[in-house]
Write a protein that binds this ligand. Structure first.
Ligand SMILES: [Fe+2]
Length: 142
């Protein structure tokens, strides 16, 4: 699992780095040992994983914020960046619909998110951060 604050997960812009740190934090909480899945009706039946749903809720919010920034900064690589966001959303939804369980199949889920994060932050988010700073839409982190 990626480590928050790791150099490859930092783009040097607070607004973007905060989103990545939040995802790392959520991952560490979701995959903490002895954490039980919460279900309204009681015991988890290992369908429609609530941990994957929590990841989807978080990334949806984070991606919306980045996509608003892209529009604000008139970002030229918006289509590619959005497709990369969708790639993770699609993978998570497919796992949830396929009843992948983030408890029983925790390695699979954490590897999918971790691998995506390592690829996405280092390339797409870094390029967006640099562009937003160059266009003076955001300030670099001090
Ligand atoms: Fe992104």
């Amino acid at each position: 699992m990626p480590i928050p604050g790791h150099k490859s997960l930092t783009v040097g812009v607070r607004e973007i780095d905060a989103g990545t740190e939040g995802l790392c934090y959520l991952m560490s909480r979701l995959f903490e040992p002895m954490v039980e899945c919460r279900r309204a009706g009681g015991v988890c039946d290992r369908t429609q994983c609530t941990r994957i749903s929590a990841l989807l809720r978080y990334v949806d919010r984070n991606f919306l914020a980045q996509e608003a920034l892209m529009e604000q900064a008139d970002y030229p690589y918006e289509d590619h960046h959005r497709r990369e966001h969708w790639r993770l959303v699609h993978q998570l939804r497919r796992m949830r619909e396929g009843n992948v369980c983030a408890d029983r199949d925790r390695t699979v889920v954490s590897e999918v998110v971790g691998r995506w994060m390592m690829e996405h932050v280092g390339e797409c988010d870094r390029r967006l951060g640099n562009w937003a700073v160059t266009r003076r839409v955001l300030d670099p982190s001090s």
